[in-house]
Each structure stands twice: as structure tokens, then as C-alpha cells.
Ligand binder design. Structure first.
Ligand code: TYD
Length: 208
């Protein structure tokens, strides 16, 4: 039986990564076959591209950046996402194409149609079965990440940049109501995790 491809999206500080860890353990205990992965990254090659993208000493323009995200995504799909979905796994991926639309188009100002086009080429139009979007006000999210010490090239943007990214996610969630489920991530940590898990379990109970 085929598995499922689930992506988790949201701005920095939305709590999505904690949720992925928590949900993965929970689903494994329930007996599901689950793997967790992330973008950029997920394969040996794509983790190398991630290093290039995050290295603050690399001065790359927005189009170069968007193409590197696509190249790493393609390798990730071919070598990890599709083989596992075809083998019956639930693949939970931290970020996917929606991140490129939100960050490279709404954030960096590249054409949305161009980003969709290069990604449709890179992914052969692979779409997640479900996307959980952790939605939080930019100021709240940034305050939560202020004390992290792993800042990289992608974390050095202005407030306006992050506001545009959020606008991107909000637009995407309105344009894809079937696929993208919005989770209000401004609530307490426990409530956010509970709400997101309920949506994920509801989906799996219906689909598998
Ligand atoms: P990461 O360190 O994985 O953490 P988080 O997801 O918690 O922010 O950061 C990934 C960064 O890469 C983040 O700033 C968003 C950015 N990104 C893009 O700009 N475009 C993309 O297509 C993807 C997958 C990520």
C-alpha cells in the first residue's frame, strides 16, 4: 500500500519542528511506519546544498538561491520521499514547495509564477497529501527564536521580509484549502500540539 506525504510549514518560531518530533514518536508508538525529513536537506547531496545555502559567506542572488532549493528538492524527492511513500511510509517533511513560494517569491520578490514553474519541473508536480501550516504573528515568532544561537544566512532578514513571507503562507492557505490546514500557533505550546495532532490523526484515519 502507498504511504502518505505530509508537509509542515510555517514561519520561524511557529513550533512546527517540535510538533514534527512529537507527532513522529506518537505515530510510531501507534504502529505507523513513519520517517521524518526536512528541506533543504534530507539526503547526503541535499544536506550539502543546505550548507551552501546557509553559509553567510556565500553571496548569491535570489534566482540562484531559488534554483538551489529546487535542485536539493529534486534529489530529496527522487532518493528519499518517493521511495518511502511507495514503500508505505508516512513521510513527514519539514518544509517543501510552499516555503519556496513564501520565501523566494513573497519574501525575495521573485515572480510567483516563475517559482511555481521551476518547482513543478523539479517535482514533476508532486504535491503533499496534507500540509499543516503553523500560523503565528511575525513578531511573536521572532521573539521565540531570538535566543537561538544557530543563526545562518537565511535568518538575517528584516521584519518586512518575514511579514511578506507570512502573507505568502496566508495566500497559499486560501488558495489550497483542501490540502493546507491552518493551525493557530499563537496558542500555548500544549494546545498547538494537540490541535495539530488532531488534524493529522483525523486525516490518517480517513485516508489509511
Ligand atoms: P531551518 O534552519 O531548517 O529552520 P526553520 O524551518 O525552523 O526555519 O531553516 C530553513 C530556512 O530555509 C528558513 O529560513 C526557510 C528557508 N527556505 C526557503 O527560503 N525556501 C525553501 O524552499 C525552503 C525549503 C526553506
Amino acid at each position: 500500500m502507498k504511504g502518505k506525504f505530509i508537509t509542515v510549514e510555517g514561519s520561524d518560531g511557529s513550533g512546527k519542528t517540535s510538533f514534527i518530533n512529537f507527532a513522529t514518536e506518537y505515530l510510531k508508538e501507534k504502529g505507523y511506519k513513519v520517517i521524518t525529513t526536512r528541506e533543504p536537506g534530507g539526503t547526503e547531496f541535499s544536506e550539502k546544498v543546505r550548507e551552501l545555502l546557509f553559509d553567510s559567506s556565500n553571496d548569491i542572488d535570489a534566482k540562484t538561491e531559488s534554483l538551489l532549493f529546487c535542485a536539493s528538492r529534486r534529489d530529496h524527492i527522487v532518493k528519499k520521499i518517493l521511495p518511502h511513500v511507495n514503500d508505505g511510509y508516512i513521510v513527514i517533511c519539514d518544509r517543501f514547495v510552499d516555503s519556496s513560494v513564501a520565501y523566494q517569491s513573497y519574501g525575495r520578490g521573485l515572480s510567483k509564477q516563475d517559482i511555481l514553474n521551476i518547482n513543478s519541473y523539479a517535482t514533476d508536480n508532486l504535491e503533499p497529501d496534507l500540509t499543516l501550516y503553523f500560523c503565528v504573528d511575525v513578531e511573536v515568532g521572532l521573539a521565540r527564536t531570538k535566543n537561538r544561537d544557530d543563526n545562518n544566512r537565511m535568518d538575517q532578514e528584516s521584519l518586512d521580509f518575514y511579514k511578506n513571507v507570512k502573507r505568502g503562507y496566508d495566500d497559499l492557505s486560501r488558495e489550497n484549502t483542501e490540502r493546507i490546514k491552518v493551525i493557530d500557533a499563537s496558542d500555548t505550546y500544549e494546545n498547538v500540539q494537540k490541535k495539530a495532532l488532531a488534524i493529522l490523526e483525523g486525516f490518517l484515519n480517513n485516508e489509511l
